[in-house]
Design a protein around this ligand. Sequence first.
Ligand code: ZN
Ligand code: CU
Length: 482
Amino acid sequence: MYDLTISNATVVDGTGGERYLATVCIKDEKIVRIERGGGAFPSQSDVDAQGLILAPGFIDVHTHDDIALIANPDMVCKTSQGITTVIVGLCGYSPAPFSPNADIPAEYDILLQSHSQRFERFADYLEAVKQAKPSVNYLGLVGHSTLRLSVMDDVNRPATDREIAKMADLLVDSMNAGAIGLSSGLAYSMAQKSDTRELIELCKAMSDRNGFYVTHIRNEADGMIDGVKEALKIGRDADVPVIFSHHKAMCDHNHGTTKHSLKLIDAAAAEQTLALDVYPYCYSSTSLTRERALRGGHIVIARSDPMPQMVGKSLCEVAELLNCSEADAVDQLAPAGALYYLMSEDDVQRVMKYPMTMIGSDGLPFDEKPHPRLWGTFPRVLSRYVRDIPVYSLEEAVHRMTGLPSKVFGLKNRGVIAEGNFADMVLFSETEVADQATADQPKKTSKGIAAVFVAGKPPSEHQGKSLESRHVLPCAGSDNPV
Ligand code: ZN
Ligand code: CU
Protein backbone atom coordinates (compact mmCIF):
# COMPACT_ATOMS: atom_id res chain seq x y z
CA MET A 1 0.00 0.00 0.00
CA TYR A 2 1.56 3.30 -1.10
CA ASP A 3 0.92 6.74 0.45
CA LEU A 4 0.39 8.29 -2.95
CA THR A 5 0.45 7.27 -6.58
CA ILE A 6 0.67 9.55 -9.60
CA SER A 7 -0.84 7.37 -12.32
CA ASN A 8 -0.14 7.38 -16.02
CA ALA A 9 2.01 10.51 -15.98
CA THR A 10 4.35 11.58 -18.73
CA VAL A 11 7.60 11.66 -16.76
CA VAL A 12 10.27 14.21 -17.68
CA ASP A 13 12.74 13.00 -15.12
CA GLY A 14 15.23 15.90 -14.89
CA THR A 15 18.22 14.09 -16.40
CA GLY A 16 17.60 15.61 -19.82
CA GLY A 17 16.60 12.16 -21.10
CA GLU A 18 13.45 11.56 -23.13
CA ARG A 19 10.02 11.52 -21.51
CA TYR A 20 8.25 8.24 -20.73
CA LEU A 21 4.83 7.12 -19.48
CA ALA A 22 4.77 5.76 -15.93
CA THR A 23 2.95 5.47 -12.64
CA VAL A 24 5.07 6.85 -9.81
CA CYS A 25 4.52 5.44 -6.30
CA ILE A 26 5.42 7.32 -3.14
CA LYS A 27 5.88 6.08 0.42
CA ASP A 28 7.43 7.85 3.42
CA GLU A 29 8.47 10.98 1.50
CA LYS A 30 10.25 9.05 -1.24
CA ILE A 31 9.66 7.69 -4.70
CA VAL A 32 9.72 3.94 -4.15
CA ARG A 33 8.53 2.60 -7.47
CA ILE A 34 8.38 3.84 -11.05
CA GLU A 35 6.25 1.53 -13.18
CA ARG A 36 7.00 2.25 -16.82
CA GLY A 37 3.93 2.01 -19.02
CA GLY A 38 1.68 3.11 -16.16
CA GLY A 39 -1.05 1.21 -14.34
CA ALA A 40 -2.97 1.44 -11.06
CA PHE A 41 -1.65 0.35 -7.65
CA PRO A 42 -3.17 0.19 -4.15
CA SER A 43 -2.60 3.55 -2.50
CA GLN A 44 -4.02 5.93 0.14
CA SER A 45 -4.55 8.51 -2.57
CA ASP A 46 -4.12 8.64 -6.29
CA VAL A 47 -3.66 11.48 -8.73
CA ASP A 48 -4.73 10.78 -12.29
CA ALA A 49 -1.99 12.40 -14.36
CA GLN A 50 -3.21 11.39 -17.80
CA GLY A 51 -1.92 13.93 -20.29
CA LEU A 52 0.18 15.82 -17.73
CA ILE A 53 3.94 16.15 -17.33
CA LEU A 54 5.47 14.94 -14.05
CA ALA A 55 8.84 16.58 -13.38
CA PRO A 56 11.09 16.95 -10.34
CA GLY A 57 10.21 20.03 -8.25
CA PHE A 58 12.06 23.04 -9.62
CA ILE A 59 15.15 24.35 -7.85
CA ASP A 60 15.37 28.15 -7.79
CA VAL A 61 19.13 28.65 -7.54
CA HIS A 62 19.07 32.42 -7.11
CA THR A 63 16.68 33.99 -4.63
CA HIS A 64 16.42 36.70 -2.01
CA ASP A 65 13.89 34.67 -0.05
CA ASP A 66 16.00 34.60 3.15
CA ILE A 67 13.41 36.52 5.20
CA ALA A 68 10.40 35.43 3.15
CA LEU A 69 11.05 31.85 4.34
CA ILE A 70 10.29 33.14 7.86
CA ALA A 71 7.79 35.95 7.16
CA ASN A 72 5.73 34.16 4.47
CA PRO A 73 6.46 30.48 5.05
CA ASP A 74 3.76 29.32 2.63
CA MET A 75 6.03 30.69 -0.13
CA VAL A 76 3.18 30.77 -2.62
CA CYS A 77 5.17 32.94 -5.03
CA LYS A 78 7.47 29.91 -5.42
CA THR A 79 5.27 26.85 -4.98
CA SER A 80 2.75 28.26 -7.48
CA GLN A 81 5.52 27.97 -10.10
CA GLY A 82 6.41 24.38 -9.18
CA ILE A 83 9.48 25.39 -7.16
CA THR A 84 10.23 23.08 -4.21
CA THR A 85 13.76 24.18 -3.25
CA VAL A 86 15.30 27.67 -3.02
CA ILE A 87 18.85 28.86 -2.54
CA VAL A 88 19.06 32.05 -0.45
CA GLY A 89 21.77 34.53 0.51
CA LEU A 90 22.68 35.77 -2.97
CA CYS A 91 24.40 38.91 -4.28
CA GLY A 92 26.37 39.48 -1.07
CA TYR A 93 23.22 39.82 1.07
CA SER A 94 22.38 37.42 3.89
CA PRO A 95 20.60 38.09 7.19
CA ALA A 96 23.38 36.22 9.06
CA PRO A 97 26.01 36.29 10.46
CA PHE A 98 25.14 39.93 11.13
CA SER A 99 26.60 41.91 14.00
CA PRO A 100 23.79 43.61 15.96
CA ASN A 101 25.95 46.75 16.05
CA ALA A 102 26.47 47.08 12.33
CA ASP A 103 25.04 50.08 10.52
CA ILE A 104 22.76 48.95 7.71
CA PRO A 105 23.06 51.15 4.63
CA ALA A 106 20.02 52.02 2.48
CA GLU A 107 21.23 49.73 -0.30
CA TYR A 108 20.78 46.76 2.01
CA ASP A 109 17.01 47.15 1.88
CA ILE A 110 16.51 44.67 -0.96
CA LEU A 111 16.91 41.96 1.67
CA LEU A 112 15.56 43.23 4.98
CA GLN A 113 12.16 44.80 5.65
CA SER A 114 13.31 45.84 9.09
CA HIS A 115 16.60 45.90 10.92
CA SER A 116 15.37 43.40 13.46
CA GLN A 117 15.44 40.69 10.82
CA ARG A 118 19.13 39.96 11.25
CA PHE A 119 20.82 37.16 13.12
CA GLU A 120 24.16 37.21 14.82
CA ARG A 121 24.98 33.61 13.93
CA PHE A 122 24.09 31.63 10.84
CA ALA A 123 22.89 28.83 13.14
CA ASP A 124 20.34 31.30 14.65
CA TYR A 125 19.04 32.14 11.20
CA LEU A 126 18.68 28.48 10.23
CA GLU A 127 16.90 27.80 13.50
CA ALA A 128 14.43 30.65 12.84
CA VAL A 129 13.68 29.25 9.38
CA LYS A 130 13.23 25.79 10.80
CA GLN A 131 10.73 27.14 13.35
CA ALA A 132 8.78 28.90 10.58
CA LYS A 133 8.33 25.56 8.76
CA PRO A 134 8.42 26.92 5.22
CA SER A 135 6.74 25.03 2.37
CA VAL A 136 9.97 24.59 0.43
CA ASN A 137 13.46 23.20 1.05
CA TYR A 138 16.31 25.67 1.32
CA LEU A 139 20.08 26.09 1.15
CA GLY A 140 21.86 29.23 2.33
CA LEU A 141 24.93 31.21 1.34
CA VAL A 142 26.80 33.76 3.46
CA GLY A 143 26.79 37.28 2.01
CA HIS A 144 30.17 38.96 1.58
CA SER A 145 28.58 42.39 2.13
CA THR A 146 27.03 41.12 5.35
CA LEU A 147 30.47 39.98 6.55
CA ARG A 148 31.97 43.38 5.66
CA LEU A 149 29.23 45.33 7.45
CA SER A 150 29.67 43.12 10.53
CA VAL A 151 33.45 43.35 10.74
CA MET A 152 34.52 46.68 9.23
CA ASP A 153 33.95 50.16 10.68
CA ASP A 154 34.06 51.59 7.16
CA VAL A 155 33.19 49.51 4.09
CA ASN A 156 34.44 52.12 1.63
CA ARG A 157 37.92 50.60 1.50
CA PRO A 158 39.52 47.15 1.10
CA ALA A 159 39.56 45.01 4.25
CA THR A 160 42.78 44.70 6.27
CA ASP A 161 44.41 41.34 7.04
CA ARG A 162 42.84 41.35 10.49
CA GLU A 163 39.39 42.09 9.09
CA ILE A 164 39.76 39.37 6.47
CA ALA A 165 40.70 36.90 9.21
CA LYS A 166 37.61 37.89 11.23
CA MET A 167 35.35 37.54 8.19
CA ALA A 168 36.90 34.14 7.42
CA ASP A 169 36.14 33.00 10.98
CA LEU A 170 32.51 34.05 10.62
CA LEU A 171 32.31 32.31 7.25
CA VAL A 172 33.75 29.06 8.57
CA ASP A 173 31.49 29.20 11.63
CA SER A 174 28.50 29.68 9.30
CA MET A 175 29.55 26.77 7.13
CA ASN A 176 29.85 24.59 10.19
CA ALA A 177 26.23 25.54 10.92
CA GLY A 178 25.14 24.56 7.41
CA ALA A 179 25.90 27.41 4.96
CA ILE A 180 27.06 26.15 1.56
CA GLY A 181 29.41 28.97 0.56
CA LEU A 182 29.96 32.66 -0.02
CA SER A 183 28.03 35.05 -2.25
CA SER A 184 29.26 38.43 -3.40
CA GLY A 185 27.60 41.52 -4.83
CA LEU A 186 30.64 43.46 -5.95
CA ALA A 187 28.58 46.03 -7.84
CA TYR A 188 26.92 47.18 -4.61
CA SER A 189 28.32 50.04 -2.53
CA MET A 190 29.06 47.82 0.50
CA ALA A 191 31.46 45.69 -1.55
CA GLN A 192 32.61 47.93 -4.41
CA LYS A 193 35.80 48.84 -2.58
CA SER A 194 36.77 45.28 -1.68
CA ASP A 195 39.80 44.05 -3.57
CA THR A 196 40.32 40.74 -5.34
CA ARG A 197 42.74 39.57 -2.68
CA GLU A 198 40.08 39.91 0.03
CA LEU A 199 37.78 37.58 -1.92
CA ILE A 200 40.53 35.09 -2.69
CA GLU A 201 41.46 34.88 1.00
CA LEU A 202 37.82 34.39 2.06
CA CYS A 203 37.31 31.70 -0.57
CA LYS A 204 40.49 29.94 0.52
CA ALA A 205 39.01 29.69 4.01
CA MET A 206 36.17 27.57 2.65
CA SER A 207 37.91 25.63 -0.12
CA ASP A 208 38.46 22.51 2.00
CA ARG A 209 34.80 22.61 3.06
CA ASN A 210 33.33 22.29 -0.43
CA GLY A 211 32.25 25.94 -0.42
CA PHE A 212 30.85 27.64 -3.51
CA TYR A 213 31.70 31.15 -4.60
CA VAL A 214 28.53 32.60 -6.12
CA THR A 215 29.06 36.04 -7.56
CA HIS A 216 27.20 39.07 -8.80
CA ILE A 217 30.30 40.35 -10.57
CA ARG A 218 31.78 43.81 -10.07
CA ASN A 219 30.30 45.27 -13.22
CA GLU A 220 27.58 44.01 -15.56
CA ALA A 221 27.83 46.92 -18.01
CA ASP A 222 31.04 48.50 -19.39
CA GLY A 223 33.36 46.48 -17.16
CA MET A 224 31.61 43.14 -17.55
CA ILE A 225 34.55 41.25 -19.08
CA ASP A 226 36.91 42.41 -16.31
CA GLY A 227 34.31 41.31 -13.77
CA VAL A 228 34.21 37.84 -15.31
CA LYS A 229 38.01 37.62 -15.35
CA GLU A 230 38.17 38.63 -11.69
CA ALA A 231 35.68 35.92 -10.69
CA LEU A 232 37.61 33.29 -12.67
CA LYS A 233 40.82 34.32 -10.92
CA ILE A 234 39.19 34.13 -7.49
CA GLY A 235 37.95 30.61 -8.21
CA ARG A 236 41.30 29.51 -9.63
CA ASP A 237 43.50 30.99 -6.89
CA ALA A 238 41.29 29.76 -4.04
CA ASP A 239 40.39 26.48 -5.74
CA VAL A 240 36.62 26.84 -5.34
CA PRO A 241 33.78 26.40 -7.85
CA VAL A 242 32.45 29.70 -9.23
CA ILE A 243 28.81 30.33 -10.08
CA PHE A 244 28.05 33.49 -12.06
CA SER A 245 24.79 35.07 -10.91
CA HIS A 246 22.19 36.41 -13.38
CA HIS A 247 24.73 36.62 -16.18
CA LYS A 248 23.94 39.60 -18.41
CA ALA A 249 25.26 42.56 -20.40
CA MET A 250 23.64 45.90 -19.59
CA CYS A 251 23.28 49.09 -21.68
CA ASP A 252 22.81 49.20 -25.47
CA HIS A 253 26.46 49.59 -26.37
CA ASN A 254 27.35 46.42 -24.41
CA HIS A 255 24.78 44.18 -26.06
CA GLY A 256 26.49 41.15 -27.55
CA THR A 257 29.25 41.11 -24.91
CA THR A 258 27.96 37.76 -23.63
CA LYS A 259 29.52 36.18 -26.76
CA HIS A 260 32.89 37.17 -25.38
CA SER A 261 32.14 36.39 -21.72
CA LEU A 262 30.79 32.91 -22.48
CA LYS A 263 33.87 32.17 -24.58
CA LEU A 264 36.08 33.17 -21.65
CA ILE A 265 34.04 31.09 -19.24
CA ASP A 266 34.08 28.10 -21.57
CA ALA A 267 37.85 28.26 -22.02
CA ALA A 268 38.35 28.48 -18.24
CA ALA A 269 35.99 25.56 -17.69
CA ALA A 270 38.66 23.12 -18.82
CA GLU A 271 40.66 24.04 -15.70
CA GLN A 272 38.11 25.03 -13.09
CA THR A 273 34.56 24.28 -12.00
CA LEU A 274 32.01 26.81 -13.21
CA ALA A 275 28.29 27.32 -13.64
CA LEU A 276 25.88 30.21 -14.33
CA ASP A 277 22.35 31.27 -13.61
CA VAL A 278 19.97 33.45 -15.58
CA TYR A 279 16.43 34.80 -15.37
CA PRO A 280 14.35 34.86 -18.57
CA TYR A 281 13.66 38.60 -18.89
CA CYS A 282 15.30 41.57 -20.66
CA TYR A 283 15.03 43.87 -17.66
CA SER A 284 16.54 43.74 -14.21
CA SER A 285 15.56 44.93 -10.75
CA THR A 286 17.37 46.19 -7.69
CA SER A 287 17.50 49.18 -5.36
CA LEU A 288 17.25 52.64 -6.92
CA THR A 289 20.39 54.77 -6.71
CA ARG A 290 21.59 57.94 -8.46
CA GLU A 291 24.42 55.98 -10.08
CA ARG A 292 22.00 53.46 -11.61
CA ALA A 293 19.62 56.21 -12.71
CA LEU A 294 22.46 57.89 -14.60
CA ARG A 295 23.05 54.82 -16.79
CA GLY A 296 19.94 55.83 -18.71
CA GLY A 297 17.37 53.44 -20.11
CA HIS A 298 13.73 53.11 -19.10
CA ILE A 299 13.35 52.87 -15.30
CA VAL A 300 10.13 51.98 -13.44
CA ILE A 301 9.65 52.40 -9.68
CA ALA A 302 8.98 49.07 -7.90
CA ARG A 303 8.98 50.36 -4.32
CA SER A 304 9.46 53.67 -2.52
CA ASP A 305 9.25 53.98 1.25
CA PRO A 306 8.56 57.76 1.39
CA MET A 307 6.50 57.97 -1.83
CA PRO A 308 4.53 54.73 -2.31
CA GLN A 309 2.15 56.63 -4.63
CA MET A 310 4.94 56.71 -7.27
CA VAL A 311 5.18 52.90 -7.53
CA GLY A 312 4.50 51.76 -11.09
CA LYS A 313 5.46 55.12 -12.64
CA SER A 314 8.62 55.65 -14.68
CA LEU A 315 11.43 57.71 -13.18
CA CYS A 316 10.97 60.18 -16.00
CA GLU A 317 7.29 60.67 -15.07
CA VAL A 318 8.18 61.06 -11.39
CA ALA A 319 10.74 63.75 -12.21
CA GLU A 320 8.11 65.59 -14.23
CA LEU A 321 5.53 65.33 -11.43
CA LEU A 322 8.03 66.56 -8.86
CA ASN A 323 9.35 69.15 -11.26
CA CYS A 324 12.98 68.21 -10.68
CA SER A 325 15.83 66.31 -12.34
CA GLU A 326 15.76 62.49 -12.39
CA ALA A 327 18.73 62.42 -10.00
CA ASP A 328 16.87 64.63 -7.51
CA ALA A 329 13.78 62.46 -7.93
CA VAL A 330 15.89 59.45 -6.90
CA ASP A 331 16.84 61.24 -3.67
CA GLN A 332 13.20 61.91 -2.88
CA LEU A 333 12.09 58.35 -3.70
CA ALA A 334 14.85 56.56 -1.73
CA PRO A 335 14.87 54.07 -0.10
CA ALA A 336 13.39 52.65 -3.27
CA GLY A 337 13.58 49.82 -5.77
CA ALA A 338 13.23 49.88 -9.55
CA LEU A 339 13.07 47.91 -12.79
CA TYR A 340 15.80 48.70 -15.35
CA TYR A 341 15.25 48.01 -19.06
CA LEU A 342 18.84 47.56 -20.22
CA MET A 343 19.32 44.06 -21.69
CA SER A 344 18.92 42.47 -25.11
CA GLU A 345 16.87 39.39 -25.94
CA ASP A 346 19.81 37.92 -27.90
CA ASP A 347 22.07 38.04 -24.84
CA VAL A 348 19.38 36.48 -22.63
CA GLN A 349 18.93 33.59 -25.08
CA ARG A 350 22.66 33.14 -25.60
CA VAL A 351 23.22 32.82 -21.84
CA MET A 352 20.25 30.46 -21.53
CA LYS A 353 21.74 28.16 -24.17
CA TYR A 354 25.15 27.83 -22.50
CA PRO A 355 25.46 24.20 -21.29
CA MET A 356 26.12 25.05 -17.62
CA THR A 357 23.36 27.65 -17.23
CA MET A 358 20.70 27.05 -14.58
CA ILE A 359 17.52 29.05 -13.95
CA GLY A 360 17.28 31.43 -10.98
CA SER A 361 14.48 33.93 -10.40
CA ASP A 362 16.37 36.63 -8.45
CA GLY A 363 12.93 37.83 -7.27
CA LEU A 364 12.64 40.46 -4.53
CA PRO A 365 9.80 39.26 -2.29
CA PHE A 366 9.06 42.53 -0.47
CA ASP A 367 8.78 44.97 -3.36
CA GLU A 368 5.38 46.64 -3.72
CA LYS A 369 5.42 45.99 -7.47
CA PRO A 370 8.15 43.36 -7.77
CA HIS A 371 9.86 42.37 -10.98
CA PRO A 372 7.53 39.70 -12.43
CA ARG A 373 10.40 37.18 -12.26
CA LEU A 374 9.43 36.65 -8.59
CA TRP A 375 6.14 34.96 -9.58
CA GLY A 376 6.78 33.95 -13.19
CA THR A 377 10.33 32.80 -13.94
CA PHE A 378 9.92 29.02 -14.21
CA PRO A 379 6.59 28.87 -16.11
CA ARG A 380 7.95 31.61 -18.40
CA VAL A 381 10.88 29.39 -19.40
CA LEU A 382 8.42 26.55 -20.09
CA SER A 383 6.09 28.70 -22.16
CA ARG A 384 8.10 31.44 -23.84
CA TYR A 385 11.41 29.56 -24.23
CA VAL A 386 10.09 26.05 -24.89
CA ARG A 387 6.75 26.57 -26.68
CA ASP A 388 6.99 30.01 -28.30
CA ILE A 389 10.71 30.36 -29.05
CA PRO A 390 12.35 26.93 -29.01
CA VAL A 391 15.46 27.75 -27.02
CA TYR A 392 15.07 24.46 -25.13
CA SER A 393 13.24 21.19 -25.58
CA LEU A 394 10.94 20.53 -22.63
CA GLU A 395 13.35 17.84 -21.40
CA GLU A 396 16.30 20.23 -21.49
CA ALA A 397 14.39 23.07 -19.79
CA VAL A 398 13.36 20.76 -16.96
CA HIS A 399 16.93 19.49 -16.67
CA ARG A 400 18.25 23.04 -16.23
CA MET A 401 15.70 23.65 -13.47
CA THR A 402 16.21 20.34 -11.63
CA GLY A 403 18.89 17.74 -12.45
CA LEU A 404 21.56 20.30 -13.35
CA PRO A 405 21.30 22.45 -10.19
CA SER A 406 21.00 19.32 -8.08
CA LYS A 407 24.27 18.08 -9.57
CA VAL A 408 26.00 21.47 -9.35
CA PHE A 409 25.07 21.97 -5.69
CA GLY A 410 25.47 18.31 -4.79
CA LEU A 411 21.95 17.76 -3.48
CA LYS A 412 21.46 14.23 -2.34
CA ASN A 413 18.39 12.42 -3.64
CA ARG A 414 16.72 15.45 -5.19
CA GLY A 415 16.36 16.99 -8.63
CA VAL A 416 15.70 13.76 -10.57
CA ILE A 417 12.66 11.47 -10.61
CA ALA A 418 14.21 8.15 -9.64
CA GLU A 419 13.45 5.37 -7.18
CA GLY A 420 14.94 6.24 -3.79
CA ASN A 421 14.81 10.00 -4.33
CA PHE A 422 12.63 12.39 -2.34
CA ALA A 423 9.22 12.94 -3.93
CA ASP A 424 9.69 16.64 -4.73
CA MET A 425 7.58 16.86 -7.88
CA VAL A 426 5.50 19.15 -10.05
CA LEU A 427 2.66 18.13 -12.33
CA PHE A 428 1.86 20.51 -15.18
CA SER A 429 0.27 20.83 -18.57
CA GLU A 430 2.84 21.12 -21.33
CA THR A 431 0.44 23.09 -23.53
CA GLU A 432 -1.03 25.39 -20.87
CA VAL A 433 1.80 26.19 -18.49
CA ALA A 434 2.57 29.92 -18.67
CA ASP A 435 3.59 32.85 -16.52
CA GLN A 436 0.94 35.52 -16.06
CA ALA A 437 2.90 38.01 -13.98
CA THR A 438 3.75 41.19 -15.88
CA ALA A 439 5.36 44.49 -14.93
CA ASP A 440 1.84 45.90 -14.44
CA GLN A 441 0.39 42.87 -12.68
CA PRO A 442 3.46 41.31 -11.11
CA LYS A 443 1.75 39.09 -8.54
CA LYS A 444 -0.47 37.10 -10.90
CA THR A 445 0.05 33.38 -10.39
CA SER A 446 1.07 31.22 -13.32
CA LYS A 447 -1.33 28.87 -15.05
CA GLY A 448 -1.02 25.24 -16.05
CA ILE A 449 0.62 24.02 -12.82
CA ALA A 450 -1.68 21.18 -11.70
CA ALA A 451 -0.04 20.03 -8.46
CA VAL A 452 3.15 20.38 -6.46
CA PHE A 453 4.57 17.91 -3.95
CA VAL A 454 7.39 18.43 -1.49
CA ALA A 455 8.60 15.12 -0.09
CA GLY A 456 5.34 13.55 -1.29
CA LYS A 457 3.02 16.10 0.33
CA PRO A 458 1.33 19.29 -0.82
CA PRO A 459 3.59 22.23 0.07
CA SER A 460 1.22 23.49 2.77
CA GLU A 461 1.70 20.30 4.77
CA HIS A 462 5.41 20.13 4.22
CA GLN A 463 7.82 21.39 6.84
CA GLY A 464 10.74 22.62 4.78
CA LYS A 465 14.15 21.18 5.29
CA SER A 466 17.56 22.70 5.29
CA LEU A 467 19.30 20.58 2.71
CA GLU A 468 22.68 19.05 3.04
CA SER A 469 24.88 19.71 0.08
CA ARG A 470 27.81 17.56 -0.99
CA HIS A 471 28.89 18.91 -4.26
CA VAL A 472 30.36 16.89 -7.06
CA LEU A 473 30.59 19.32 -9.91
CA PRO A 474 31.02 18.14 -13.44
CA CYS A 475 33.38 20.05 -15.67
CA ALA A 476 31.60 23.09 -17.03
CA GLY A 477 30.90 22.89 -20.72
CA SER A 478 30.31 19.16 -20.62
CA ASP A 479 27.20 18.36 -22.60
CA ASN A 480 25.83 15.70 -20.34
CA PRO A 481 26.52 16.78 -16.78
CA VAL A 482 24.13 14.40 -15.04
ZN1 ZN B 1 22.59 40.29 -8.01
CU1 CU C 1 20.27 38.63 -6.76
